[in-house]
Design a binder for this molecule. Sequence first.
Ligand code: HMG
Ligand code: MG
Length: 310
Amino acid sequence: MKLPQRVKLVEVGPRDGLQNEKQIVGAAIKVELIERLAASGLSVIEAASFVSPRWVPQMADGSEVLRALLTSPQRRPTVAYPVLTPNLKGFDAAVEAGAEEVAIFAAASETFSQKNINCSIGESLKRFAAVVDAASALDIRVRGYVSCVVACPYEGAVDPAKPAWVAKQLRDMGCHEVSLGDTIGAGTPAAIQRMIEACATVVPLERLAGHYHDTYGMAIANIYASLELGMAVFDSSIGGLGGCPYAVGATGNVATEDVVFLMHGLGIETGVDMEQLLNAGQFIARHLGREPGSKVARALLARCDHRQDG
Ligand code: HMG
Ligand code: MG
């Protein structure tokens, strides 16, 4: 077993995290959060969604957020800000706001596809192909997601052949990376490994990413199981924020602070500075009026308070 020396982290807190917050977070707060995350060294930060504001009101200000980030004097040219685009309407709006990278999101379960984007898997792939064509004409990179890779909130356990098939369609379309979403966090290490092995037979492993929600507390174990297979790209959310509004009861993604702590403990480079990351996590936790959801953040901050008290 040889673990990767370096991993890429894709921060999804400002999108996957905040999309599930009932209380609307203003665009200026979103922008400040994202800039603090960028200051920590994260090189990919999913900034917004260009979906229907009726479906996900929290993401209605995507254009304002993206424009502010791209025109900010503090902009770091090495940081990418992909945004979710479910169809050409969303893609056009994202391009209008200056998007340089977008993400499309399919599912391995028919019922989830209907509940999340109001169409079948087959229909969604047609819409996504149109988005990828339009994006490639403008030299815009497209990332693909597959939701419900091990379990669906409506249909239960999902056969690994299903996410593998959808992942291949997304890769064949031209997605540079396909992120495998355990949307409800029900996966355990053996199931995750079986699913990755199935996907890696049709998409090169280095093009696959793990996107694990932490509903059952299994996400860190699942990341370790994925590292064992050589996976080196993981999605995570600052403070463990979030969930999917169409997967009731599912909690946030694995916390970025926890993933960085794991990686650094294993001697794996992330390029992320923990102190700056804690700062970003505290900023949004304070704004939402709660403690950071990351165990690592709470432990490190408590140690810090203890030192200051002493
Ligand atoms: P629809 O109702 O079928 O769309 O929704 P439609 O084409 O029939 O249009 C209906 C109305 O929506 C029209 O407006 C359109 O203009 C408008 P009206 O004429 O009624 O005023 N519309 C849009 N408005 C803004 N932006 C757009 C857009 N498209 C149509 N892009 C749609 C289909 C996909 C839009 C809808 O179902 C939707 O927005 N769903 C939200 C999906 C979502 O954001 N889910 C959460 C993100 S996915 C996730 O979290 C999983 C992930 O993290 C991985 C994992 O964890 O598994 C990625
Ligand atoms: Mg998600």
